[in-house]
Design a protein around this ligand. Structure first.
Ligand code: SER
Length: 799
């Protein structure tokens, strides 16, 4: 039985619930983590007490983790050590305020040493504890002799997921691979070498670190452990390097075929094989999970990993896309455990190939520029060149740094940053939004005085409220507004722009004498979670008002609900790799961006449109439930990558056709959407497509316009079938053209030519026809000719 399964079985037998591996993008993403970087991440809100403790309070998992970008970043090491990976599987057991150090240590010991499980030789095991953790030091002595327990400080033996969150002292288990194989100066316990291989980390989760860096004790001390599957598999297979185990060799062998040179550990270029084998896994998993190549954020980390791999392919002599050819091998080796890999294999390949083609276009010139600069460099590489490599040739900064590390050259990072800053300032100067003013606006003091106002607009479209605060157009607090400004109401029916749904407009009626003045609400936005509306008119703090949402909200809702159905339809018909990459819903149209490697065919577009219309026609009721993020996840609700959700989320569903986490407002039943029409499908950026569509009144208007044009066309064509009429017209044009040409040819003037000293000379007047054409004809006719033609054009003469 494989090691992963043995581990999970062992802990299930010890009363732990089996949890499936979560996606790499944290599902309850609170913006603190780029990727899931440890097995405990899916449980972090349980550890910190914001989510309830499950029953039983124990869990086990084999979690895929990604350590590239963010606090735990192993990217630079990958390929050069025997044990680092960007993507790896972490086997873990977790106790939520249940058992603590004693049992955690006993379980770990039994699992690694027992014959039934890992059966590792006891004399090769070493452990480390935190220098202040006497308890762990004592407990370990029940299993292993004191001289093999080492104490280390915070740097080695204190574990934290990120800069904030659950953390605690830890105890690590090491496996000694033997001095006979490793004798470098870093090959001691705690050194950087590969001899002492850390296989399992037991974290005694006791604290939560807050934003100020304070360690606050957790209500219930817990256990989080993580064992690196790749390391243990290598040990059990007798390999000294993770990459030589059965988990990686299939990729390396296939790559050897593509390169035309089998892998050989002792050659200089062997690291390139390992880098590619590693990066293939992380890039494929990210793509399969809907992350796409991008200029920033997670998509940029993906691009950095991918381009690092491509460059190593280039070093191996490859000059065209190759990574995508390794995907099938990945599917063969990991597809059983991760079924989305085979399901999305084709889409992974297409996206990879596109990115490879893009980078192969510039890599050669980039490398030439790099090498030329390297020749002029003795110790510090010019930061401006690194910038140019990035900006013009698509070399991510860390790729250039990687290349420089190989040459033992440092980078003038200040010069790079300076160039980057200048570029940013320039692009900012070209973009003037409310962003900056909003940053420095008086929102904090308003929030401190009044807290967050309630949005009552899910149920109501009018509300009576009090004006709590007013801001001028520069977001500075004022006592009254006369003209344009922003209002903060005690409660509001106006929806603030978010999740793609446009902000509400409407009217505000003030009860100050009669006739009651009416103020326009132009737009509504969120600032520090508070809903504020932009207004035009005159308002004072303390005014009692009635806020009325513009009826066009109904149209906005139709487009928003249609977007949900569209999203679901795309996933149903094109595949589950479809992930939302942006959306916009207003009263006239919707726009939906999504990951998909190629343009949709006309047939696919028609199918998706029909799928959505079918759901509308079935008149499915909309259901909205408020629940915890975990319950939402369990219900299979689609969450958006990179979107922030609170502890309580709204789950909007149209039966089980579409279930999505969403804070927006929606129609009550699908039939309100009316007709749904896709108006355009286009590309936004690499691997991201855009659908524009309309529904509700917009669709009716569009259908009417189309019908009217058709009626006009028919009238013009004297009520013929338009297609037959147009075909007939086209034929007529064709015939007329031929007739016209014949007529022109027959009236074409013969130019009068004479010969002077062996040269043909033409001086003539042309009444009609194309002078240039006549000249060309004469040039073809005579070997040597001088021509001067005159043509009257109204009162002018052309010569
Ligand atoms: N969270 C700890 C680690 O990542 C143990 O799982 O090492």
């Amino acid at each position: 039985m494989d090691i992963r399964q043995k581990f999970l079985n062992y802990f299930q037998r010890k009363g732990h619930t089996l949890n499936a591996s979560s996606p790499l993008v944290p599902i309850d993403d609170d913006g603190t983590l780029m990727f899931v970087n440890a097995g405990m991440v899916p449980f972090k809100s349980i550890f910190t007490g914001t989510a309830p403790i499950p029953t039983p309070p124990r869990a086990t998992s084999s979690q895929t983790c990604l350590r590239a970008g963010g606090k735990h970043n192993d990217l630079d090491n990958v390929g050069y050590t025997a044990r680092h990976h960007t993507l790896f599987e972490m086997l873990g057991n977790f106790s939520f305020g249940n058992y603590f150090k004693e049992d955690a240590i006993a379980y770990a010991w039994e699992f690694i040493t027992s014959e039934k499980y890992l059966n590792l030789p006891v004399d090769k095991i070493w452990v480390t504890v935190h220098e202040n953790d006497d308890e762990a030091y004592e407990l370990w002595q029940k299993h292993i002799s004191k001289d093999r327990i080492m104490k280390f400080d915070d740097k080695e033996n204190f574990w934290a997921m990120g800069d904030t969150g659950a953390c605690g002292p830890c105890s690590e288990i090491f496996y000694d691979q033997g001095a006979e194989h490793f004798s470098g100066k870093e090959d001691y316990l705690g050194g950087e070498g590969d001899r002492f291989l850390e296989i399992w980390n037991l974290v005694f989760m006791q604290y939560e670190r807050d934003a100020e860096g304070n360690l606050n004790p957790l209500p219930k001390p817990s256990i989080d452990t993580g064992m690196g599957l790749e390391r243990v598999v290598a040990i059990k297979e007798g390999e000294l390097n993770n990459y030589h185990s059965s988990l990686f060799m299939p990729f390396i062998d296939k790559l050897g075929e593509l390169v035309g040179m089998p892998y050989n550990y002792s050659t200089d270029n062997s690291a390139s094989y390992r880098v590619i084998a590693d990066h293939l896994r992380s890039c494929s998993f990210l793509l399969a999970q809907g992350v796409n190549f991008d200029k920033d954020g997670r998509g940029y980390v993906l691009r950095r990993i991918m381009r690092r791999a491509i460059r190593h392919g280039y070093l191996l002599g490859l000059r065209e896309p190759f990574m995508y050819k390794l995907v099938d091998v990945l599917v063969e080796t990991m597809g059983e455990q991760y079924s989305y890999l085979p399901q999305r294999a084709e889409s992974i390949k297409t996206s990879m190939k596109l990115e490879e083609e893009r980078f192969f276009r510039t890599i050669e010139d980039g490398i030439k520029l790099f090498n030329a600069e390297l020749e002029n460099t003795t110790d510090i590489f010019d930061g401006e060149i690194a910038f140019k490599l990035n900006d013009t040739y698509g070399f991510p900064l860390d790729l250039t740094e990687d290349m420089l590390r190989e040459e033992n050259i440092k980078l003038d990072i200040d010069a790079f940053n300076k160039k980057l800053e200048t570029q940013k300032t320039q692009s900012k100067a070209n973009w003037k939004g409310t962003g900056d003013a909003a940053q420095s606006g008086d929102f904090k003091s308003i929030k401190e005085s009044f807290g967050v106002n309630e949005f009552v607009g899910y149920e109501e479209t009018t509300a009576e409220a009090t004006v709590l605060a007013l801001l001028d157009e520069d977001f500075k607090q004022v006592d009254s507004v006369d003209g344009k400004g922003w209002v903060y109401l005690s409660k509001t029916p106006f929806y603030a722009e978010s999740g793609g749904q446009t902000g509400d407009s409407g009217t505000i009626t003030v009860g100050r004498g009669a006739p009651s003045p009416t103020i326009k609400a132009l737009d509504t936005k969120k600032f520090l979670d508070m809903n504020l509306s932009e207004v035009e008119g005159s308002l004072e703090i303390g005014d009692k008002i009635t806020a009325i949402v513009d009826p066009k909200r109904a149209e906005i809702e139709k487009h928003h609900s249609a977007t949900h159905l569209l999203h679901a339809g795309l996933r149903e018909l094109l595949g589950e790799h479809i992930a939302q990459a942006g959306s916009l819903n207003d009263d006239k149209r919707l726009r939906f961006d999504f990951s998909h490697p190629q343009a949709m065919t006309t047939k696919e577009i028609a199918k998706v449109e029909a799928w959505v219309n079918d759901k509308i026609n079935r008149n499915i009721s909309r259901k909205t439930e408020v629940m915890s993020v975990d319950d939402a996840r369990d219900s299979g609700a689609m969450a958006l990558f990179g979107e922030k959700y609170g502890d309580e989320v709204r789950v909007v569903s149209f039966a089980d056709n579409s279930v999505e986490l969403c804070g927006g407002t929606h129609v009550n039943s699908a039939s309100e959407i009316g007709l749904f029409m896709i108006t355009k499908e286009s590309g936004v950026s690499a691997g991201v497509r855009r659908i524009e569509a309309i529904c509700g009144n917009s669709a009716i208007t569009e259908v009417n316009t189309l019908r009217n044009s058709l009626v006009e066309i028919k009238t013009e064509l004297k009520n013929q079938n338009p297609i037959a009429g147009i075909t007939k017209l086209k034929e007529q044009i064709k015939t007329l053209k031929v007739e016209l040409q014949t007529a022109l040819n027959s009236t074409k003037k013969e130019l009068t030519a004479s010969e002077i000293n062996g040269v043909t000379v033409i001086v003539d007047e042309v009444e009609t026809g194309d002078i240039k054409e006549l000249i060309d004809e004469a040039k073809n006719k005579y070997p040597s000719v001088a021509i001067m033609l005159f043509q009257k054009k109204g009162k002018k003469v052309m010569i």
